[in-house]
Structures are given as structure tokens and as C-alpha cells.
Design a protein around this ligand. Structure first.
Ligand code: HEM
Ligand code: NAG
Length: 328
């Protein structure tokens, strides 16, 4: 599509230069303007309906987008299912992805494809990007325009996830190295971590911090001790592995800057969260986002837009999937 337009305006070198700049990432906000002009409202209505049925829709969709973009780029490869349980989503780091995120994209895709003109024209990767934007707005977060034009990938392997997603026991250096490998800055890392202002974690992800810190029966000293006691109550030893608790104990269902205020009080759920405050290299930005919610929102929108550009495929590297869980 870009190359066609390029040839037709070949004579205006200024425009060509402009187009090269916008074609580079293969993404445009009005990508479906001619093929499926109402795609944004179709997706928004489907996401809203799903969100009214269950709140988990919001955190599940947001986390799914992050995990998709970090592995093989934003190509919905995380949604592909494999008969041999050998796809991305079968990796242990993806097993805790909540089913409602997948279901949100599947429902929105069905809604898009029920409009004859739009049928099989909108990628699952783009639907996931739009749904992510919509759940952020539905939970009170910033609204932003989503760049579109992602192509769905045809490859999804369990092995590709290994060592490529951050772990909750990571500290700043490990987090920073992983985000930097995707061209994301320290500010991007801190802003994107603010996504933990909504959603849930299973007890196993942080139980060491409250029972067995440094292999001893101690509590992590960077944790607020009263909060640690609360976590012990909500997550007793030998707790049902299915139990998940809110990561933001203060405003669990609102996408706000409370995550950073919690960090200031030692109420970061994971080592990866709390180290953003304890490490002096990142503390200033945490304090800024805690005190200025518009600074947080601006940085978050900037960072999630960059996240959405990772590894975007060209048309010959992928396809518009008909069923988001199976290659065509
Ligand atoms: C910085 C490194 C990060 C680490 C170590 C990390 C780790 C985790 C872990 C361990 C969970 C709990 C999963 C469970 O037990 O079910 C979680 C949940 C979540 N993460 Fe992250 N994460 C990181 C960054 C991000 C980013 C960048 C986003 C999105 C922009 C994100 C969005 C979420 C959301 C929304 C949930 C809640 C999911 C739900 O309720 O279903 N995380 N994360
Ligand atoms: C908060 O951040 C915004 C956006 O970066 C900035 O324009 C504004 O001046 C900041 N407000 C304060 C009180 O520092």
C-alpha cells in the first residue's frame, strides 16, 4: 500500500520524503479509513460490552498486548494456539495470561468481521492494540490515538519467550537491559510499569518477599511492613494457587498514578516494582509520576505507542488472520 502511493506521487519529492517517514513503521492512525472506516467504534463497543461483563477484561487485555509486542513484535503471535502446546502462550511466563484478554480480541474480531466490508481486512494485532487503548480509557486512563496497520504473524513458539519477558524478581539493571533491547528508555520502563495500577497477581509471584526473603524466613525490608502482613493474610502459605489479588491495594480498578504513590509507601507488589523507587537512578521519575498525573499520562501514552511499533511486519511477512487463534 505504501509503495503504490509512493509511485503515484513520485513527482513530488517533498511528499515522497514525508511518506517514507510515515511508511517506515508501516503504521498510520487512519490505516482502515477506506477499508473499514468504523473499525474503531466497532471494536470499542465490543470491548465495552465485555468490560461490563467482567472487570478482568481491562488488565488481561493490557498485559496481553505487552507480552505480544515483546515476543516477535506486535503481531498477535501470542494468541496462536498449538495442538502440541508449543506456542508462545504455552510458555510458563505466559500461562498466567488471563483468558479474558484473548476473549476480548476474539469478540471484537467477530464484531468487525460481521460487517461485510470489513471482513478479513483488520488484523488481530491491530484489534489487540485498539482494545488495549479502549480498556485504558474505560478504567479512567488517558485516551490516545492508536497507530494501525500491523500484520499478523504466522509463527509462535514456546522457545521464543524464554528469557525475553521480565520477571517479578528483576531489579532495575535487568529490567532496563530488557527494555533497552527494544529501544525503550528508562522513562518508558517506569511509565509502562504503571500498568500495574490495575489487575491482579497470583500469590506465588511475590510470596518469597513476605515469607522467605533471601532464603530466610524474613520479610523484604523494602516492603511496607503493615502491607506485608496484609499480603501474608491474603496469601497464606499453601494458598490455593488460583487465588489472585489486586496489585494496587489503594485504587485497584482505576488506571491512575496511584502505582507510584504506593511505591513511595513501600507498597510495590514485586521486587521489579519496588526497585524503581529504591534505585536512585529511577526514583526521581517515580516521584515525578507520583506527584504529577499528567506527566505520567503523557509518558505512558508515548511509551505504549513505542511499544505498539515493535517488530511490526510487512505484508509479505504475515497475513490478516481470519481466526485470531489459528494461522490461515
Ligand atoms: C517491568 C517489568 C514487568 C514485570 C516484571 C511484570 C510482571 C508481572 C507479573 C508477575 C504479573 C502477575 C501475573 C499473575 O500472577 O497473574 C503481572 C501482571 C500484570 N502486568 Fe506486568 N510486568 C511488567 C511490566 C508490565 C507492562 C509493561 C505492562 C503493560 C504495559 C504490564 C501489565 C500488567 C497487567 C495489566 C497485569 C495484570 C494482569 C491481570 O490482572 O490479568 N506489566 N505483571
Ligand atoms: C505536570 O506535567 C505536565 C506535563 O508534563 C506539565 O506541563 C506541568 O507543568 C506539570 N505540572 C507541575 C505542577 O509541575
Amino acid at each position: 500500500m505504501c509503495s503504490q502511493t509512493l509511485t503515484s506521487i513520485f513527482f513530488s519529492s517533498l511528499l515522497v520524503l514525508q511518506l517514507i517517514a510515515t511508511c517506515y513503521a508501516h503504521l498510520h492512525v487512519d490505516y482502515y479509513h477506506n477499508t473499514c472506516p468504523d473499525v474503531e467504534s466497532i471494536v470499542r463497543n465490543a470491548v465495552k460490552l465485555k468490560f461490563q461483563q467482567t472487570f478482568v477484561t481491562a488488565p488481561a487485555t493490557l498485559r496481553l498486548f505487552f507480552h505480544d509486542c515483546f515476543i516477535r513484535g506486535c503481531d498477535a503471535s501470542v494468541m496462536l494456539a498449538s495442538k502440541k502446546n508449543a506456542a508462545e502462550k504455552d510458555n510458563s511466563d505466559d500461562l498466567s495470561l488471563a483468558g479474558d484478554g484473548f476473549d476480548t480480541v476474539i469478540k471484537a474480531k467477530t464484531a468487525v468481521d460481521s460487517v461485510p466490508d470489513c471482513r478479513n481486512k483488520v488484523s488481530c494485532a491491530d484489534i489487540l492494540a485498539m482494545a488495549t487503548r479502549d480498556v485504558i480509557a474505560l478504567t479512567g486512563g488517558p485516551s490516545y490515538e492508536v497507530e494501525l496497520g500491523r500484520i499478523d504473524g504466522r509463527i509462535s513458539t514456546k522457545a521464543s519467550v524464554r528469557h525475553h519477558l521480565p520477571h517479578p524478581d528483576f531489579r532495575l539493571d535487568q529490567l532496563n537491559a530488557m527494555f533497552a533491547s527494544h529501544g525503550l528508555t528508562l522513562t518508558d520502563l517506569i511509565a509502562l510499569s504503571g500498568a500495574h495500577t490495575i489487575g491482579f497477581s497470583h500469590c506465588s509471584q511475590f510470596s518469597k518477599r513476605v515469607y522467605n526473603f533471601k532464603s530466610k524466613s524474613r520479610i523484604d525490608p523494602t516492603l511496607n511492613q503493615a502491607y506485608a502482613k496484609q499480603l501474608q493474610q491474603m496469601c497464606p502459605k499453601n494458598v490455593d494457587a488460583r487465588i489472585a489479588i489486586s496489585m494496587d491495594p489503594t485504587t485497584p480498578q482505576t488506571f491512575d498514578n496511584m502505582y507510584y504513590k504506593n511505591l513511595q509507601q513501600g507498597k510495590g507488589m514485586f521486587t521489579s516494582d519496588q526497585s524503581l523507587l529504591t534505585d536512585t537512578r529511577s526514583r526521581k521519575i517515580v516521584n515525578l509520576f507520583a506527584s504529577n498525573s499528567s506527566a505520567f499520562e503523557r509518558s505512558f501514552v508515548n511509551a505504549i505507542t513505542k511499544l505498539g511499533r515493535l517488530g511490526v511486519k510487512t505484508e509479505n511477512q504475515g497475513e490478516i488472520r481470519r481466526d485470531c487463534t489459528i494461522v490461515n
